[in-house]
Design a protein around this ligand. Structure first.
Ligand code: PLP
Length: 360
């Protein structure tokens, strides 16, 4: 495997090598079934076990209370932008949102098709380079929920604590779930597409308080949380292989010491990269305020397009790929999810320092 690179992609993203090897070893014959997981019926006990174990592992990793359902659905986080308001909007028709950039905006647009949306805080004035203060006074008391994007994948911001509000809190954790400890009970609903921090694309996890399910009528069957809850996430054919890989990732996380150990490691990794950027002459991080800095996605840039281009080219030659920034921010972005080893961040930090010394 000496041709494997350091993959700093924002998603789909790096997976633990041990997980890929395990999947490879089971590719042709899963546990003596004589079939690949891809070929198993989703109604077989082999697959039912994979489903049950995946759900239980996620419950254990995040200490999810019994009052919450864990659902595995399709359609990506983008489908949750619609499913959340469809299922959680209360008779007031009101929903409150924090706008921290592209993903929040998309979520807001879907909710607006359904009801009365109020944006209570917004960081668009500075290219979403900070987390805006949420004034609890501005959150409407009869609103259905407040929606936040805990980690903004594109701009590299992160809520270090969820805003304290009286109404249910909903979070898009697509790019930070399992990267640090959270208290699930702080939220009414958490959703995350898998392809950033928990597996391949194709499966989306939803952790939702049971008493919020089934309140609204006339939701199309596949968009109703109740359908998936009642059917144990097997109303129709689930994305079986994606769920299997996700289960292997969860097992690997348990082996590595769980979410607490991930958090420690992720903090070390992120500070290596931020320190290299902050102490360089050429580069600047998009997010200045330390408290608002993402542990997972680090956008940075120099003022010169030529320098940016040269950096990306040299990085690629050294086996560090997918460092190009999102088109709306430019420059570079290092995504350093759970599966990016500490050593990968050490190599990136050393390269930033080296490049800076040579070119500044
Ligand atoms: C990637 C991403 C999405 C979109 O996810 P899809 O699964 O592609 O729909 C939504 N929110 C955040 C925070 C993301 O990082």
């Amino acid at each position: 495997m000496d041709h494997r690179v350091l993959n700093f992609s924002a998603g789909p993203a790096v997976l633990p090598e041990s997980v890929l090897k395990k999947a490879a070893s089971e590719m042709l014959d899963y546990k003596g079934s004589g079939m690949s997981v891809m070929e198993l019926s989703h109604r077989s006990t082999w697959f039912q076990d994979i489903m049950d174990e995946a759900q239980q592992l996620l419950r254990d990793l995040l200490s999810i209370p019994d009052t919450y359902s864990v659902l595995f659905v399709q359609g990506g986080a983008s489908t949750q932008f619609y499913m959340v308001p469809a299922n959680l909007m209360n008779p007031s028709g009101k929903m409150d949102y924090v706008n921290t950039g592209a993903w929040s905006k998309k979520a807001i647009a879907e909710a607006k098709m359904m009801g009365d949306v109020n944006v209570v805080a917004d960081s668009s004035d500075k290219t979403f380079s900070y987390i805006p203060e949420v004034d609890p006074q501005k959150v409407r008391k009869d609103s259905s929920y407040l929606h936040i994007t805990t980690n903004n994948t594109i701009y590299g911001t992160r809520f270090d604590d969820p805003p304290g509000v009286e109404i249910p809190l909903v979070s898009d954790m697509s790019s930070c779930i399992l990267s640090e400890r959270i208290n699930v009970a702080d939220y009414a609903l958490i959703y995350a597409g898998a392809q950033k921090n928990i597996g391949p694309s194709g499966v989306t996890t939803v952790i939702v308080k049971k008493d919020l399910i089934g309140k609204n009528q006339d939701i199309p069957t596949m968009l109703d949380y109740k359908t998936h809850e009642e059917a144990g996430s097997m109303y129709n054919t689930p994305p079986t292989y994606a769920i299997y890989i996700m289960k292997l990732v969860f097992e690997n996380l348990v082996r590595m010491g769980g979410v607490g150990a991930m958090e420690e490691n992720n903090k070390k990794k992120a500070s290596l990269v931020y320190d290299a950027i902050d102490s360089s002459k050429l580069f600047k991080a998009h997010v200045e305020n330390e408290k608002d800095r993402s542990l997972m996605n680090i956008p940075f840039f120099s003022d010169s397009d030529e320098i940016n281009k040269a950096f990306l080219k040299e990085a690629e030659e050294m086996g560090m790929v997918n460092l190009k920034g999102h088109r709306s921010v430019g420059g570079m972005r290092a995504s350093i999810y759970n599966a990016m080893p500490l050593e990968g961040c050490q190599r990136l930090a050393a390269f930033i320092q080296d490049f800076d010394n040579k070119n500044s």
